[in-house]
Design a protein around this ligand. Structure first.
Ligand SMILES: *[C@@H]1O[C@H](CO)[C@@H](O)[C@H](O)[C@H]1NC(C)=O
Ligand SMILES: *[C@@H]1O[C@H](CO)[C@@H](O)[C@H](O)[C@H]1NC(C)=O
Length: 345
């Protein structure tokens, strides 16, 4: 809001002259964080202040993109910029011919704004440039190449978030395979686990596709949501998987599930803090939460692995009577374990 107000103030009414004069700038900056952009055009010496005799024309790279006829109050908009409107039609008589439109529709390039007041007219030009988000507000930073700039999250932050998510999914899959291989799981339970896992993984993939690109739109916000929120599914699944391995859950398993919950809560808190803010100053909170979650998963996997192999010669009660086939299978596992176990005492 303050930004709009600031633009209105710029167009102070000055003395008369044959030519319309502008409060001009050579370069207008935008970043991915601007949801809408304001293309400034401020006439400083209107003297009739009558909308009925005014005409506004906006061009991009010489092509007409927008016009407003004060007499008929009719607009023309180029099909590629349906959201374009005068910043304030009411203030046009005070010289405000600025254009407001969605960021995505405001391509970088050279713009010109032509204003006519009866028989007086004038034109101002500027270049709209895109800047990296992390150089926001720093006047001295040179412009980065227009095409590949920073975004809502920095490339490194996005890479970390997405990698951590897939590490969590992989750790979970490894743990599930380990358990499924060694212990009998009822078909119904197995289906339940698989469906929940597929759901969370599917959400993660869709989220990654939406989030991985540069930008700050509803798509990007939804993508981050799909990455962070469904990760919750893995916590009850972990609890459930411990239940398959242990008849009486050892205290350590509660600590591990507690650690996962903590990581998840931190990640969601980070998500809530980041969604409305661009550039996000709390990206590290999401990363920390996901990292805790990943560590908790790694510890859970190690725990299942170690305890599971320790229990190999002492089958859990109720599992003693097994078919010869299972016996055979577990002896195969045992061999596997002895090989993998060697580095540890
Ligand atoms: C983009 O947002 C920044 C910060 O709010 C603002 O200063 C700048 O004028 C905006 N750019 C445009 C073209 O609206
Ligand atoms: C805009 O105009 C300036 C100066 O005439 C030129 O250097 C620049 O390359 C132009 N930008 C685009 C995107 O055409």
């Amino acid at each position: 809001m303050w930004q709009r107000a600031a633009w209105m103030l710029l167009c102070a009414v000055g003395a008369g002259s044959a030519q319309l004069l502008f409060n001009a700038t050579d370069v207008v900056k935008k970043t991915d964080c601007n949801k809408t952009v304001i293309l400034p055009c401020c006439v400083t010496n209107l003297n009739q202040n009558n909308i009925g005799i005014m005409f506004v024309k906006w061009k991009r790279q010489g092509q007409l993109i927008f016009s407003f006829d004060g007499r008929t109050r009719k607009y023309f908009r180029h099909p590629s910029m349906p959201s374009a409107v005068l910043l304030s039609e009411k203030d046009l008589t005070k010289g405000v011919a600025s254009l407001e439109l969605k960021n995505a529709e405001a391509e970088v390039g050279n713009y010109s704004c032509e204003v006519t007041e009866s028989n007086r007219e004038g034109e101002t030009r500027f270049e709209l440039k895109k800047y990296a988000v992390d150089s926001c507000g720093e006047e001295s930073t040179p412009p980065t190449p227009e095409e590949k700039c920073g975004s809502w999250f920095l490339l490194l932050e996005r890479a970390l978030i997405i990698s951590l998510l897939f590490i969590i999914i992989i750790l979970w899959l490894v743990q599930l395979s380990l358990i499924a291989f060694k212990y009998e799981i009822e078909t119904r339970k197995k289906m339940g686990i698989i469906i929940a896992g597929v759901f969370a993984t599917g959400a993660a993939i869709v989220g990654t596709v939406l989030f991985v690109q540069d930008g700050y739109t509803v798509h990007h916000q939804a993508g981050l949501g799909l990455i962070v929120v469904p990760a919750m599914v893995f916590i009850p699944l972990q609890y459930f998987m411990f239940g398959i391995v242990f008849d009486n859950l050892p205290q350590a398993t509660f600590v591990l599930v507690g650690l996962q919950t903590l990581g998840y809560v931190i990640a969601v808190a980070g998500f809530v803090l980041c969604v409305p803010v661009c550039p996000p100053i709390h990206a590290s909170v999401i990363i920390a939460g996901l990292a805790i979650l990943a560590i908790a998963y790694l510890l859970s996997l190690s725990y299942v692995f170690i305890m599971g192999s320790r229990m190999k010669d002492h089958p859990r009660p109720g599992k003693a009577v097994e078919e010869p086939l299972n016996e055979l299978r577990s002896s195969v596992i045992r061999e596997k374990y002895t090989v993998v176990d060697t580095p540890w005492p």
